[in-house]
Ligand binder design. Structure first.
Ligand code: ATP
Ligand code: MG
Length: 426
């Protein structure tokens, strides 16, 4: 029988790596709390039309990356339904915002999420079919100030603070404005016209995009196409006065907060729902998949999926890529317990469990050995898993004085049981 393996593009996360994942998530939760965000958890699958309408039929995600299936009806009263594993979480959050009438509170909603997303992509380093995103959204009625450029700047400043708190040094923030949906539509036509004479010299993808979705030509990475793309009209020149003023205000607030950024007029982002501010944080340690996170403003998204006017701004960070970046920056210390308890003989196993319980209740990480092991085997196991070994023989049990050996210093010490917690915690 052939052995079963995790499906292509998915993987198991094992200790000690999972402790890095937990640290990243704990840090993100702390930072989000400081900015007064609350957590939202939406379902992992949704009605397919949410993504078709919310993300956009023309995008790579919807046109080729989604895991979609026809869900059979289980009862006469049910209809079969097309369902999709979420490829991103903003559409789900905005659906929930509409469904729970969160706009009627009149307050800005500041929501964050952490969880798996699914895209049928070609697996490679930093690109998986199941991956995890940490994201946040600020959304609300215009009367709550949801359109204010201050919200954009605050989200970007929070991201800078989060990456710093995680210990990710050397990130770059690239920022652009794609204007209102009218600006975008106008620019799309300017671009379409400008591409007619040059498209035949470009790559196959660009020739197709020049017709279907000209904006996406700006994402092209083919080296030969770059001079042609650089000579195309810039979206910055198609922005109306309101969008220009908005963008200038975002940049002024970032300057005031000393958050460094680079303007990139080619940053239009893959999703159809973006308006005005778009941004990406990249990191050199990641190689080809260098985007740590992406985001932007989506003033028309709620209305596009049948909701009230609810401008918003948000981002999604690739947690897998945060892990890769941190691994490239530091050599994570292996996970080790504070102590390994070695009972000398099986008859001492119950006493060893009692001692382990006492030490664990005091907050220490304890590995419990087994009295059927020879002492040499206990020492070898302890050396791999813990900082110290605690010997528990008949004498130790009777006297209440334990023998502790610390592996780093090589010293052996007699420690009274009452002082053991303090000794091991050192
Ligand atoms: P890319 O250009 O890398 O394909 P994207 O524009 O498709 O990114 P977004 O939809 O903006 O990505 O998602 C936000 C972040 O989620 C990305 O910056 C990246 O860190 C992460 N991400 C996206 N797709 C994957 C994937 N297949 N595997 C791992 N992380 C991913
Ligand atoms: Mg992608």
């Amino acid at each position: 029988m052939s052995t079963l393996k995790a499906v292509r593009g998915t993987r198991d996360l094992l200790p000690p790596e999972t402790s890095l994942w937990n640290r990243i998530e704990a840090t993100a939760r702390q930072v989000f709390a400081r900015y007064n965000f609350g957590e939202i958890r939406t379902p992992v699958f949704e009605d397919t039309s949410l993504f078709a309408r919310g993300v956009g039929e023309e995008t790579d995600i919807v046109s080729k990356e989604m895991y979609t299936w026809e869900d059979r009806a289980r009862a006469q009263s049910e209809k079969p339904q097309s369902l999709t594993l979420r490829p991103e979480n903003t559409a789900g959050v905005v659906r929930a915002y509409i469904e729970h009438k969160l706009g009627e509170t009149g307050q800005l909603q500041k929501l964050y999420y952490i969880g798996p997303q699914f895209r049928r992509e070609r697996p490679q380093k930093g690109r998986y079919r199941q991956f995890s995103q940490i994201g946040a959204e600020v959304i609300g009625p215009p009367s709550a100030g949801s359109e204010s450029p201050l919200r954009d700047a605050e989200v970007l400043e929070m991201l800078a603070a989060l990456l710093d708190a995680l210990g990710i040094t050397g990130w770059t923030l690239e920022i652009n404005s794609v204007g209102s949906s009218a600006d975008r539509a106008r620019y799309n036509e300017v671009l379409r016209a400008a591409l007619i004479p040059v498209a035949p010299q470009m790559c196959g993808d660009c020739q197709r995009r020049a017709v279907t979705n000209p904006l996406r030509v700006l994402d092209c990475k083919v080296p030969e196409d770059q001079p042609i793309i650089d000579a195309l009209p810039k979206i910055t020149d198609s922005l109306d006065e309101a969008s220009k003023t908005h963008f200038a205000a975002v940049l002024a607030a970032l300057d005031a907060a000393a958050v460094p950024y680079t303007r990139n007029h080619r940053l239009v982002r893959g999703l159809d729902y973006y308006t005005r501010t778009t941004f990406e944080f990249t990191h050199g340690g990641l190689g080809a998949q260098n985007a740590l996170l992406g985001g932007g403003r989506y003033d028309g998204l709620s209305e596009a999926i049948g909701g009230p006017k609810a401008p918003g701004i948000g981002f999604a960070m690739g947690e897998d890529r945060l892990v890769l970046t941190l691994q490239s920056l530091e050599s994570a210390p292996p996970q080790v317990a504070d102590a390994y308890i070695a009972p000398l003989g099986e008859s001492l196993n119950p006493a060893a469990l009692a001692l382990a319980r006492e030490l664990r209740l005091a907050g220490l990480a304890i590995e419990l050995g087994d009295g059927s092991f020879r002492l040499k085997k206990s020492f070898e196991a302890a050396d791999k898993t813990a900082r110290s070994i605690v010997i528990l023989g008949e004498d130790e049990r009777a006297s209440g004085i334990l023998t502790v050996k610390n592996f780093a210093s090589g010293t052996q010490t007699k420690v009274p049981r009452t002082e053991l917690v303090a000794f091991l915690a050192k």
